[in-house]
Design a binder for this molecule. Structure first.
Ligand code: SR1
Ligand code: MG
Length: 417
């Protein structure tokens, strides 16, 4: 018998899942479960289910966008795509996503490992926590997932099948196309901004160079189906402790350019940098947090480039295998030159995507807590102006900025010590 979809709540979850979901059996009888709804994202329900024997996470898609409400209906398909993506991302970088316990398609729900004592990285960074392994872990994750999901690694049949599969994630692809690359640069109904930013909003809408950059990056996103992306890799999609880092929330997964995941992640680290002083009174602590954040961007990119290079040299077994063009012709120098050129493209794309992501998080629908939690609206607007100026510089001048150190020097000049 097919059980029809029903959105869960804390009261109905034990009743509905207690009898039917064997994989929650390790928690013991449902009468002993304690259930909390903890979802703070824009789309889904997320429950922590605990008992004296352990805990699990249940994530369920809603038939509408939570951030807007029932006036924005959505299909439940994203749970399917998240499940398919997490399986692949977990296989490509083992241990970096939560363990999956169950996918129940009719209920659009996933049961996963409860990551504890992990914190959502956005929250940890706002609180000034040190996450010394974050850049390292995410650099490795980006290199391994982006390389191993691409034509450099995958054989023809598997690669074409995955491209076709994730091409079905049209609803979420469309959300990104609109909310990230178009709405922030025009008068769109879902846009919102901090009071006091009106002149900046008008300047952005009139900024031809910036809009050309936004359109170029949108074209890269929509047309360069290079690898399987996470598709929404901001700091709210990462949970961490001092020693461990996990990537969650892969429902936006699709084939796209490598620089997209890299750039979105860097954008959120730079936004954390620009807001660090607003979240703490002590200037010395703010300086330490700022140094850490920029060091994390630096580590993340350097580790990404090093691991990607290692994979290029040792695992280039896919459609773009490449031995036939270089190594087999005795041209190791040519192979390294092709690698350098590829990394350069990823870097410039990442800067472009980072600049656009910063704009959409300040001027579009979906804002971020780094700015939203600043109660002083004058201060918030001032910091948003700084971040927008930095984002514009990245997007428009991405071809002139060669290194992460050069970009971080610009961040320091604009955002102070
Ligand atoms: C309607 S969804 C808005 C945003 O939330 C998600 O986390 C994605 O970032 C999306 O763009
Ligand atoms: Mg999400």
């Amino acid at each position: 018998e097919r059980i029809s979809y029903h959105p869960l709540d804390c009261e109905s979850l034990p009743r509905r899942l207690g009898e039917r979901v064997e994989l929650l059996a390790p928690l013991g009888p449902a009468t002993g479960w304690r259930v909390r709804e903890v979802g703070d994202g824009n789309l889904n329900l997320v429950f922590i289910v605990e008992s004296d024997r352990g805990s699990l996470v249940v994530k369920q898609a809603l038939p509408y966008a939570r951030v807007v409400g029932e006036s924005w209906p959505m299909s439940l398909d994203r749970a399917f795509f998240e499940h398919e993506a997490l399986k692949r991302l977990g296989a490509r970088d083992p241990g970096r996503v939560p363990d999956l316990k169950l996918f129940a398609p009719t209920q659009a729900l996933l049961v996963m490992e409860h990551l504890t004592p992990h914190k959502v990285v956005r929250r940890a960074l706002i609180e000034g926590e040190e996450l010394p392994r974050l850049g390292d872990h995410l650099g490795l994750y980006l290199a391994r997932t982006l390389f191993r999901g691409s034509d450099w690694s995958m054989p023809t049949a598997a690669r074409k099948a995955d491209l076709a599969l994730f091409s079905g994630n049209v609803e979420l692809a469309g959300i990104t196309e609109d909310l990230v690359f178009s709405d922030p640069f025009k008068d769109a109904p879902l846009n919102r901004h901090t009071p006091g930013l009106e002149a900046t909003v008008q300047a952005v809408r009139a900024d031809r160079a910036l809009k050309i950059a936004a359109q170029e990056m949108k074209a890269r996103f929509a047309t360069c189906a290079e690898t399987l992306l996470h598709g929404d890799l901001h700091t709210g999609s990462v949970m961490a402790t001092a020693d461990d880092t996990r990537v969650i929330d892969a429902e936006f997964a699709l084939y796209g350019p490598m620089g997209f995941d890299v750039g979105v992640l860097l954008a959120h680290l730079w936004m954390a940098y620009f807001t660090r002083k607003a979240h703490r009174a002590d200037a010395r602590t703010a300086a330490r947090v700022g140094d850490q954040l920029l060091a994390t961007t630096n580590t993340c990119w350097r580790v990404f480039a090093a691991e990607f290079s290692r994979l290029w040299r040792t695992e280039r077994t896919g459609i773009l295998g490449g031995r036939d063009l270089f190594e087999d012709q005795g041209d190791a120098v040519g192979s390294e030159a092709a690698l350098a050129q590829h990394l350069d493209t990823v870097w410039r794309d990442a800067l472009g995507f980072a600049g656009i992501e910063i704009h959409r998080r300040i001027l579009g629908l979906a804002h971020v807590a780094e700015f939203e939690a600043i109660a002083d609206l004058g201060l918030r607007a001032a910091l948003e102006r700084t971040a927008l100026a930095f984002g514009r510089h990245m997007a428009v001048n991405r071809r002139e900025m060669d290194t992460v150190d050069a970009v971080n020097r610009i961040a320091r000049t604009m955002g102070g010590r």
